[in-house]
Design a protein around this ligand. Structure first.
Ligand code: 5AD
Ligand code: SF4
Length: 475
């Protein structure tokens, strides 16, 4: 799932919120793994269950209901979930009334098999079925196991106001599309999250407005492929709507503009862009609005055209390079990050070198890098042999990680001696005397706290840096 400003960085974090705990109300504990979309979905689930009288807890040992929102993108993501379920099981032995539910992509992938394989699970619920959680819980209370993994063509949870979990009160996610129609051959997401559908722009804008009124100063618009966002009035992007419905049609660039207009003090980010669909209209919109951040996550996956074709990515190396050139031309100081897979089926050393040379050429600020992990049911699993030895995949992964470390250091250094507009997110992890935030390009900037507070915008002159952080003082 290409959907992850925070993906790996937050993987394994528990979503924690300390709500008002009315005596007698039941407690839910929600833990999320994987991409930003999962974190965002957990907030929808929290909202559905808050309406049913549950309150959140940050300690699973005191919960009546444990929900784990899972990722299926690579095998190791699934292993983490299995280990966590074992820990919950110890609690369940002490407290048999404890309900344990598995949500998200792994639930969708394994369906009923989950109940058989992992005996401790009571509820299995897929990404499009969260509205049914209250009735699934009732089924479990009646002594049965409960499963709902129906995928939908139109569910967008547009009317649900998410309960914000574990955030900093400044930045929030807003889902704008669900599902994915791209069918990259390595990817399980089209099978676990279903067909792509876009959410009503008005509901997106009102969510952004509400967040702003509550003190939030940054929203990240989320979708597997934000560039294919298309509202045609009815929701389904490939419908054939009537002329008046067409009049309300909204593209991603238009949606960006609508959200940017909510307030100039609200920063807009988005993820994930797809190289085959990212058009200049989006770039020009970004350039026009100062509050749309100069940062694009543009996953390349491989720098070799033969591999890209096998991956079913819909672009060549040259096409991708042209898109990067367009970004640099239209938004000269744009931060750019990417996703890379090493050791995809039949990748040769030479082809791997094409990925290395592309990274050097693109000068990425940041990359998420993975060794290929074959996933059941995907096109690649059915069509190609997973024939690159694990050792080689790892070796190539180390190589790209080391290169990215070098590139990130160089990119961060470019920020030295410049003044950065920073949105303050909170106290720095390293020192209580320092505040931390990010500049438009998504680089972390740290500075002495003075009288400033979360949610302020400050101008910081960068004086020193580490590989990924600029350090300076307010000017
Ligand atoms: N193996 C390794 N990495 C994968 N990704 C998706 N599927 C796989 C897989 N089977 C990566 C891609 C995608 C990111 C979210 O995860 O790089 O962009
Ligand atoms: Fe992203 Fe491709 Fe997977 Fe869709 S199929 S989520 S575009 S990697």
């Amino acid at each position: 799932m290409e959907n992850k400003l925070i993906d790996e960085a937050r993987q394994g974090d528990a979503l924690v919120v300390t709500g008002t705990q009315k005596p007698g109300s039941r407690k839910m504990y929600i833990e999320s793994y994987g991409c930003a979309m999962n974190f965002s979905d957990s907030e929808i689930v929290a909202s559905v269950l808050t309406d049913k009288g549950f309150v959140t807890t940050s300690d699973y040992k005191e919960a009546d209901l444990i929900l784990i929102n899972t990722c299926a993108i690579r095998d190791n993501a699934e292993q983490k979930v299995r280990n966590r379920l074992k820990e919950y099981n110890i609690e369940k032995r002490k407290k048999p009334s404890l309900m344990i539910g598995v949500m998200g992509c792994m639930a969708e992938r394994l369906k009923e098999k989950f109940l058989e394989e992992e005996k401790i699970v009571d509820i299995v619920v897929g990404p499009d079925s969260y509205r049914s959680l209250p009735s699934l819980i009732e089924t479990v209370e009646g002594g049965q196991k409960a499963v709902n993994v129906l995928l939908s063509r139109d569910e967008t949870y547009a009317d649900i106001n998410p309960v914000r979990l574990g955030g900093n009160g400044i930045s929030a996610f807003i889902s704008i599309t669900r599902g994915c129609d791209n069918m990259c051959s390595f990817c399980v997401v089209p099978f676990t999250r279903g067909r792509e559908r876009s959410r009503d722009p008005e509901s997106i804008v009102s969510e952004a407005r509400l967040l702003f009124d509550q003190g939030y100063r940054e929203v990240t618009l989320l979708g597997q492929n934000v560039d294919s966002y298309q509202w045609t009035g009815g929701g389904l992007k490939k419908d054939n709507p009537s002329p008046d419905v067409l009049a309300q049609a909204t593209t991603f660039a238009q949606l960006l503009e609508k959200v940017a207009l909510v307030n100039p003090l609200l920063r807009i980010r988005f993820s994930t862009s797809h190289p085959k669909d990212m058009n200049d209209e989006v770039l020009y919109t970004m350039a026009r609005y100062e509050n749309i951040c100069d940062y694009i996550h543009l996953p390349v996956q491989s720098g070799n055209t033969r591999l890209l074709e096998m991956m079913n990515r819909g672009y060549t190396r040259e096409w991708y390079m042209e898109r990067i050139n367009a970004i640099r031309r239209i938004i000269p100081h744009c931060g750019i990050s990417t996703d890379i897979i090493t050791g995809f089926c039949s990748e040769t050393d030479e082809e791997h070198k094409d990925t290395i040379s592309l990274m050097e050429w693109a000068q990425y600020d940041f990359s998420y890098m993975f060794a290929y992990s074959e996933r059941p049911k995907t096109l690649a699993e059915r069509k190609y042999k997973d024939d690159v030895p694990e050792e080689t995949k790892k070796q190539r992964l180390y190589e790209v990680v080391a290169l990215q470390q070098k590139l990130s250091g160089a990119r961060t250094k470019l920020g030295l001696g410049k003044v950065h507009r920073v949105l303050v997110e909170g106290i720095s992890k390293k020192s209580d005397e320092m505040l931390s935030g990010r500049n438009s390009q998504n680089t972390v900037v740290v500075f002495p706290k003075g009288e400033f507070k979360k949610g302020d915008y400050v101008n910081v002159l960068a004086e020193r840096c580490t590989v990924a952080t600029l350090i300076g003082s307010v000017v």
